[in-house]
Each structure stands twice: as C-alpha cells, then as structure tokens.
Ligand binder design. Structure first.
Ligand code: ATP
Ligand code: MG
Length: 331
C-alpha cells in the first residue's frame, strides 16, 4: 500500500494556492482510503523571523482549516510537527548526508534568503528537515504543489544516500503534483510569483478565512494587463490567466468553457464573476473554520491523538536508523 505524507507551514492562514495545489488532493486521497499523514510543520515556520503568539494561533487556525477542508482525523493522521521529537533527530542525522552547495542552489532558499539581511542557518537547512519529515513515515508518495519539486528531489537524494551507506531502508518517494495549472496559483499582485503565505504584500493572497468583502477587494485589485477581453495565455497574460485558472478550479469547469462564457465581459466585469465563484466555493469552508476554531479543546484533542499515532511510527523508524548508524547502546 502507498504511504502518503505531506505538510503545511502554520506561517499564516491557508490560502487558495495551498488549497487548490495540495490540500484538496489530500482530502481526495483520504476519501479513497489511502494511508495518509499530514503534519502542521511548525518547526519550519521558525526558519524566518516570527512572532510566537501569532505562531501558536496559526497552528490552531491551520488545524481548523484542514478539518474544514475535509481532513478527517479518524482516517488521516493529523499532527503538529514539534510534538514528535524524532523530526529534529532524523534531521540532524541527514545533515551529514548532504552538502552545502546542494542546499545553496535550491530556488526557494535563494528567493527567501533575499528578503533577510543575515540568513538564518535554519532557512538554509530546512529542506533537510523536510526530507526527515517524509522519511520518518517511510512515505512513498508526497502530494505537493509544483514549487516543492526540488525539495522532493533532495528527499529522494537523501533516501538514496542513506540506503547506499547503511543498507536499504527508505523508499524513494514520488511527488504527486496536479497536472493542470492548479499546481501553481500565482500572486494576485505579482503574477510572476506564486501565491505565498509569507508574501510581504498580503493583498496578493486569498486566504480561506477571508470575508466575502476581502475577497472581492483583492480580486478587484488583481494585476492584469491592458487588454480588456478575457483569454487564457499564461505566458503572455499571467494575471488574467491566473484568474481564469482559479475560476475553472473552483467551479470545476474547463478553462475553455470559462473563457467561452466570459466572451462578452471586460476585465472588471469578469473579476466580479470570479469573486462570486470564489466566495461561493469558500463560504461553507469559512463557516466550518469558525466552528472548529471556537472549540479549541477539540482541536487540542485531535492533534494530540494524531501525535500519538505519528510518534509510534517515527520512533520505530528512529530505532532502526540508530541501529544502522551504530548510535547509542541498544538495538
Ligand atoms: P510559505 O510562504 O510560508 O512557504 P506557502 O504558501 O509556500 O507558505 P507551504 O506551507 O510552504 O505554503 O506549502 C504547503 C503546500 O502548498 C505545499 O505542498 C506547496 O507546494 C503548496 N503550495 C504553496 N503555494 C502554492 C501555490 N501558490 N500554488 C499551488 N500550490 C502551492
Ligand atoms: Mg512554501
């Protein structure tokens, strides 16, 4: 059977890119009764300067949002990364299997490190922690957005390296990435970049808990171009194409039929139509987020149960790893 693992950072609210690029897939896999583990990866969220009370709130917000999107803790193991200590332990061990040049070339490191003056070491090595996240659960499949391809390749490289040195133990994981444009939703403000939680201009990001007014406002101000009709051409017209793509994904229509139906509209009118579709799609999710958020004890209970399940698997892997490496005194 497949073993599926994925994670999401509680750096801020879940946005439309996370949802359309990854989270929707997780619930599909879960509903097909696949073995799936989802982690709210809070240790990743401290690799950039952060605010502790906000991080704690965002962990609960992320848990509530995942439940609202359909993650069902009776089928999916849902837990917070920092409550399973083995993640850091395997990270340390994997640190010795990769090289600094390999990490320095990763595009996401290059991008994020540009925004800080003195680059934290954590930001540099976080893809290794990500590989540890995947390997601890011996995951065979990792459903992610297109921006994670290089990080999955690093995880594959580390699993191969480990297997060669210490004997076969880890599967070489496969990325599961949406084939359509959904794997990469762009920022509404800078359609040359992907939509991100850590974006410094939050107006480019539609969060799942945004109010209808906020959604309307953000889409109204989305950067498009000087052509007023609607067409789909991601290279020449990234802004408009991003809206068409979002529209198609939230309504379940094809790109062609979305464009066809928008034939009579100019960009301003079309933006109203996209807003309505997004608001309609997110309405029930937003209501569920609020419902789950108001019951913090339930969230704590769910996450604690998830940690217990995850910990069992992680501890078994670490026992084997330590034995292979000759660490410690037992096994
Ligand atoms: P951050 O800016 O803090 O890195 P993020 O928005 O990139 O946040 P992550 O928690 O790093 O979100 O990623 C969670 C999942 O969402 C990953 O599988 C990632 O590939 C996917 N994802 C993130 N942004 C997008 C996007 N714009 N389009 C499609 N998928 C995305
Ligand atoms: Mg990211």
């Amino acid at each position: 059977q497949k073993k599926i693992f994925s994670g999401i950072q509680p750096t801020g609210s879940m946005h439309l890119g996370n949802y359309l690029g990854a989270v929707r897939k997780w619930t599909e896999l879960q509903n097909k009764r696949e073995n799936i583990t989802i982690s709210i990866v809070d240790m990743h969220s401290i690799t950039m300067p952060h605010n502790p009370p906000a991080l704690r709130e965002n962990i609960f917000l992320m848990a509530a949002t995942l439940l609202a999107c359909g993650i069902d803790p009776s089928h999916t193991t849902l837990f917070v990364q920092s409550s399973v200590l083995e993640h850091s332990e395997l990270n340390w061990i994997l640190n010795s299997l990769t090289t600094m040049p390999r990490l320095a070339q990763l595009p996401q490191f290059k991008e994020k490190s540009r925004t800080v003056r003195d680059v934290p070491l954590g930001l540099f090595v976080y893809p290794v922690l990500q590989a540890a996240d995947i390997m601890l659960y011996k995951a065979t499949h990792v459903p992610v957005g297109a921006d994670q391809v290089q990080h999955i390749q690093l995880a594959q490289h580390l699993a191969r390296g480990f297997n060669t040195r210490y004997g076969d133990m880890f599967p070489i994981c496969n990325p599961l990435i949406e084939e359509n444009e959904g794997s990469r939703i762009l920022s509404l403000r800078e359609p040359s970049k992907k939509m991100s939680k850590s974006d410094l201009s939050p107006k480019g990001t539609i969060n799942l808990n945004d109010s209808p007014d906020q959604i309307t406002e953000k889409i109204k101000k989305a950067v498009t171009d000087f052509t007023s009709d609607i067409s789909y051409n991601p290279n020449a017209r990234p802004g408009v194409s991003n809206l068409v793509n979002i529209h198609a994904l939230v309504t379940g229509q094809s790109i062609e039929s979305v464009v066809e139906e928008a034939k009579q509209l100019d960009t301003a009118q079309y933006k109203e139509r996209v807003s309505e579709a997004v608001i309609e799609h997110l309405r029930p999710i937003r209501e569920l987020i609020n419902k789950h958020l108001s019951n913090r004890n339930e969230l704590i209970y769910i996450l604690e149960m998830g940690s217990e399940k995850a910990r069992k698997v992680a501890q078994a892997t670490m026992t084997e790893v330590k034995q292979r490496l000759g660490l410690g005194t037992v096994g």
